[in-house]
Structure formats: C-alpha cells, structure tokens
Design a protein around this ligand. Structure first.
Ligand code: FPP
Length: 238
C-alpha cells in the first residue's frame, strides 16, 4: 500500500498489444481485446494498492495514422468497453472520464463516454481517466492559445488551462508514477507537462500480459525511489 496520498496518481502507456497478438498468430484486434482484459484487472486492483488516480493512454493523436480498419476496431472496442464497464465502475466507486480531444471521436463513442462519465460521477475510490485522441504537445499548444486570457500567468494558471484544453481537471495534474509496458523507453507525446517530476518505470511485459503482480512490482519500485524535486535530501519536507 502507498502510505500517503489521497491523490496518488499512476499513468500507464499500455504498449504491446500488437506484438502480443502477432506472437500468437492472431489479428492485432485480438491483442487490443486482450488489452481490455488487462485494464479490467488493473482497475479492480488499483484502489486496493493505494492508487487514487489512474490514467491510461488508450489512443494518441498520432494513432489516427494507423490503418483505418484498426482505428475503427479500436473505436468500437472503446465504445463497447465504456458501455460494458460503467455499472461495475459505479458499483466499485470508480469515476471514469476521457481526457483529450472529443471533436474527432465517433458520435457513438462520445455518447458512450458521456454516459459512463455521468453514471460514475462522484465515485471516489478511483478516478479512472482514459486518454483518447490525446496529444501532450497539442494540449500545450491549445493552453498557450488560451493564455492571453490570463492576467498573471504562472504555473498553476497554465496547468489550469492545460486541464481545460484536455477536458481534465487541475486536481489530476500531477502524476507520481508513469509505467510503460512493451519494452520501449519513450513518452510518445503523453502528459508532457504533467510528467515533470514523475518517476518513470519501464517493463518489457506486453500490455495484455500485465497482471496485478506487475503493478505491485512497479509500485514497489516507486517506493524505493527518493523523490528530491531538484533539492538535496536534507531539505526535502517529509
Ligand atoms: C499499443 O499497442 C496500444 C494501443 C495503441 C491502444 C491501447 C488500447 C488498448 C489497451 C485496448 C483496450 C483499451 C480500452 C480503452 C478498452 P500497439 O498496438 O502499439 O502494440 P505494438 O507496439 O506491439 O504494435
């Protein structure tokens, strides 16, 4: 259990669905379906492990460049997932939200997202956020456009603008731990501002194989880190 935080925030780049499927001679869509199962496992376990905010990178702004059939399958999978899960989320005290652009999403998906957000509003065991059509760079550009409306720009004001631009909220703006599965060591345009002081954890485990023990291992690794925020150890407030 993470001792402190009422707002302990883990973000995950869920990479490796395609490779998981290819290794088994399956279509990539099967990898995404297995990835959805991994999400179910992690969402059930996260609150028990002290996670209060969980942000999952489901579809980046650049993912529109994938073959149209894969994009369509992903959009359908997201829609079915939001419809299928919302009752359990509500029962488990999980509030769901999508962050990112909404204007390019299929109408049916947008409706499923809005209904799940409405049905789970107020859930306070876990704030579950799906980054869909999300680009960290685009969010920063959009916030910069809105900056002229702010009289005294500072970090908090800019964070607020970023949150507005991504349909997010200021309380979710700092991430404690970023996990990336699939073996690559990069951020892929995810939460660029929010990751400023985040601890990073990379694992070669492919996302569909990611199990509760892997989340526990990531959290154990996090607990072994000393977070200095640029200061020296004796000046860190406890
Ligand atoms: C990366 O794997 C994964 C994605 C681009 C999509 C993430 C989607 C899921 C985990 C499916 C379920 C999601 C929801 C919200 C129901 P990849 O296809 O890039 O894998 P590869 O690097 O092995 O090709």
């Amino acid at each position: 259990m993470i001792q402190s935080a009422s707002n302990f925030h883990v973000a995950i780049i869920m990479d490796g669905n395609g490779r998981w499927a290819t290794q088994r001679g399956l279509a990539r869509s099967e990898g995404h379906r297995a990835g959805a199962e991994a999400i179910r496992r992690v969402v059930r376990a996260a609150p028990l492990l002290g996670v209060r905010i969980l942000t999952l990178y489901a579809f980046s702004g650049s993912n529109w460049g994938r073959p149209a059939s894969e994009v369509m399958e992903l959009m359908r999978l997201f829609e079915c997932f939001f419809r299928a899960e919302r009752a359990e989320w509500h029962a488990q005290g999980v509030s769901a939200r999508a962050v990112g652009r909404r204007d390019r999403l299929p109408t049916r998906l947008l409706k499923a997202i809005e209904e799940a957000e409405e049905a789970t509003r107020g859930g306070d065991r876990l704030r579950l956020r799906f980054a869909i059509d999300y680009s960290g760079q685009d969010v920063i550009v959009e916030a910069a456009r809105r900056l002229q409306e702010v009289r005294v720009p500072d970090r908090e004001a800019f964070s607020r603008l970023l949150a507005e631009a991504a349909h997010s909220s200021l309380e979710d703006a700092t991430v404690d731990l970023l996990v990336r599965t699939g073996g690559e060591h990069r951020l892929s345009d995810f939460l660029l501002w929010e990751l400023a002081y985040t601890e990073l954890y990379f694992t070669s485990c492919l996302w569909p194989d990611f199990a509760v023990k892997d989340l526990e291992a990531a959290l154990a690794d996090f607990r072994s880190r000393e977070r200095r925020y640029g200061r020296v150890p004796e000046h860190i407030a406890v």
